[in-house]
Design a protein around this ligand. Sequence first.
Ligand SMILES: [Zn+2]
Length: 312
Amino acid sequence: MKRNKMCLSLMALLMTFMMLAAGCGGKGSAGSGSSAQAAGKVTIKMLDVGQGDAVLIRTAEQTVLIDTSDVDEKQKLRDALKKENVKVVDKLIITHPHADHMGGATLVMNECEVKAVYDNGQTATTKLYRDYLKTIKSKGIAYKALRDGDRLDFGGGVSFEVLSPTEDMVKEGGHDEKGKVNLNLNSIVGRLVFGDFSMMFTGDAEAPSEQGIMKRHAPKELKSTLLKSGHHGSKTSSSDKFLKAVQPEAALISCGKGNEYHHPHPSTRKKYAKHKIDFYRTDVNGMITVESDGHSYTLNVERGTKNDETGN
Ligand SMILES: [Zn+2]
């Protein structure tokens, strides 16, 4: 009897341990189980998922994913999320409804427990967008369009301050000066803040969006330790004035090997050199991992070195 009891409690202990080790918070449980970070830390991983964006953020309490790379890169995203043991996504943020950011959103909603979806509220006419909306609705996932001035709580003392778009920008529909629709312009731009550490997230926001942000916000609201390079390092983004306002120590660029857009553009790399900003790129460096305790930070790459001029 005694031995059986001990056996049972040992088994219970073992099962608890296995459940914790599996990293799944389970439906309805608070936080994200062991897939969240130890207290006092934020980990930001720019996933190596080809030509698109997908950034995984983990705090002591939550798992957040900003963008989901392209439709054609789905398998890479699936593999990356599996490797990172992501089963619960507390917040899924889609910066704008272009395929290279929204491509894997439905996959993430179908394969992980997504608790809330945020986007810029800008609609698109694509089947990809309709499927995305349909999935949010059918799964009953909480949804909110983000606006300049909103603040999201990522848990563990980490917040996300939204700087763009404004309601007027979304109503206007993101037209460029020639009157052509350019959905990049209304990308969600926001600053992750954790103590003294901060990182500016830009989606594919271009120079006019950057100008608008600088008009609406004081420099102290923009200065960031790190920058997610706007629009994969394209010459349309990372304007001189914006770089001067943000003053990042390093820029992280997500782009695919030998991509047809020639991202990151040589002129962007030149600008980074001029402003003494180191850059890292997923096509050369693989996954880029940043870890901060709210004071200092570390940045690690899978391969290569910073400021690599090879590739495009
Ligand atoms: Zn893009």
